[in-house]
Design a protein around this ligand. Structure first.
Ligand code: S3P
Length: 455
């Protein structure tokens, strides 16, 4: 048998078995036990930003050139985007662990197969903006959670631009029949960067000017990267306009993800005697609401070594254990910290007084209904937290007991928030299906374990 296979066949067989074992190890259901920490100490480098990586991959695919991307996110969501970019005709060359080249010299082409967006809302909504203006048909699908998430928010405005879709109740799977699009002025009732980016991507390839107006400013990575790549884009407050443009192939370095750093910021604030340095964190004002909240809560947080990387502001962040005060979080700050609300809820359980979070109803449309999930799981751990229609009321100074089993609802941010809460629980806590952290932050456990000291 081995003789028949020959040398390269044997190599292939060994490689396939090895790859299968690694795949099974990485994807098996993993229940993670977390126990009380003594303190956190040390220095960590935060892996690349998920939002910026999605954009780097997609925008590189639109340049008709070669773009080197350094320090990209290895999370499963960004890998879904990368695979789609390949299916649309770009060649992906891996230079080393941290650098790839996306070669889109052949442009965007009709995919041979349907496009799998996995668990990723950002992939789905942004790629829809690209596909709506192409001269071919395509079909998007995703996992169970993504197939429940609302797509009306992008389908409706794109239809106004002339796009055509087939879907059931505005949910995945959706078929997109590419059309030539016309620019529109669209006033959105949501402060959503995914909707804004979708329309700007459609506008890049539409006749005339496309203008998007949002009620509060959502993350502006698309605007900054478009500007960096030479698009004809103009921002005035909450209004952004784009004219048909060709993106230029410029190399991009992705900074660290503040949404990932948030779990370390929180852990260091609430575990007595902690003192850590988090390096290379994107602190774009439209993303860094958590820093403003921590300052407002009188947390000991220092932003140092500010610099600009590929048109994004970056810094190192030093955080120490702090005696925190409660706060109210509402209005314009919500989109600037939307993904950090689960972990801010954990911080609030340790502050003095009652923290109120309002106007965050879109949290119910994320990977899970995060208002309900956070309330249920933190209550199990011993927190005093009440769910409202658009947020939470959290009584501080709770002694978390833990000693329970936590569901993460297939949601990476619920899994990591529960882990951080587990670090201050009296008894060990088990988080079920902890492998969901791989969606955004496969390095989470290694980094956390490196800086955690146990009693
Ligand atoms: C994202 C925008 C936000 C955020 C998501 C990433 C993006 O979603 O929650 O994790 O990269 O544009 P919404 O636009 O739905 O608020």
């Amino acid at each position: 048998m081995l003789f028949l296979l020959g040398f390269s066949g044997l190599h292939f067989l060994i490689y396939s078995v090895f790859a299968k074992v690694i795949y099974l190890l990485c994807n098996k259901n993993m229940n993670k036990e977390v126990r009380k920490a003594k303190y956190l100490r040390g220095e960590i480098n935060i892996p690349a930003d998920k939002s910026i990586t999605h954009r780097a991959f997609m925008f590189a695919a639109l340049t008709k050139g070669r773009v080197k991307i350094s320090n990209y996110s290895k999370g499963a969501d960004c890998m879904s985007t990368l695979k789609i970019v390949e299916q649309l005709g770009s060649k992906v060359e891996k230079l080393n662990e941290n650098e790839i080249i996306i070669d889109s010299t052949k442009g965007i082409n009709e995919p041979k197969e349907d496009l799998n967006c996995g668990n990723s809302g950002t992939t789905t909504r942004l790629i829809t903006g690209i596909l709506a203006g192409q001269n071919f048909k395509s079909k998007l699908y995703g996992d169970e959670s993504l197939s429940k998430r609302p797509m009306k928010r992008v389908i409706e405005p794109l239809e106004l631009m002339g796009a055509k879709f087939k879907h059931q109740d505005y949910k995945l799977p959706i078929e997109i029949e590419g059309k030539s699009l016309e620019g529109i002025e669209y006033k959105s009732s949501l402060a959503s960067a995914q909707v804004k980016s979708c329309l700007l991507l459609a506008g890049l390839n539409a006749k005339g000017t496309t203008t998007y107006i949002e009620p509060y400013k959502s993350r502006n990575h698309t605007e900054l990267m478009f500007e960096y790549m030479g698009a004809n884009i103009k921002t005035e407050g909450n209004k952004v306009s784009i004219k048909k443009s060709q993106l230029k192939p410029v190399d991009i370095t992705v900074c660290g993800d503040i949404s990932s750093a948030a779990f370390f910021i929180a852990a260091s604030l609430i575990i007595p005697d902690s003192d850590i340095l988090i390096k290379n964190v994107g602190i774009n004002k439209t993303r860094s609401g958590i820093i403003d909240v921590v300052k407002e809560m009188e947390g000991n947080i220092e932003i140092i070594n500010k610099r600009i990387i590929s048109n994004e502001e970056v810094a190192d962040i030093r955080v120490k254990y702090s005696k925190l005060k409660s706060t109210t979080i509402e209005g314009e700050i919500i989109p600037r910290l939307i993904d950090e609300i689960p972990i801010i809820a954990v911080i609030a359980t340790q502050a003095e007084g009652t923290t109120i979070i309002k106007n965050a109803q879109d949290l119910r449309n994320k990977e899970a209904d995060r208002i309900s999930a956070v309330t249920k799981e933190l209550t199990k751990m011993g927190a005093n937290i009440k769910e409202t229609q658009d947020g939470f009321i959290i009584q501080g100074k709770s002694k978390l007991k833990g000693g329970c089993s936590i569901d993460c609802y297939h949601d990476h941010r619920i899994a990591m928030s529960a882990y951080v809460a587990g670090l201050i629980c009296e008894y060990p806590t088990v988080i079920k299906e902890f492998q969901w952290v791989n969606i955004s932050f496969p390095e989470f456990l290694d980094l956390m374990e490196n800086i955690t000291v146990y009693p």
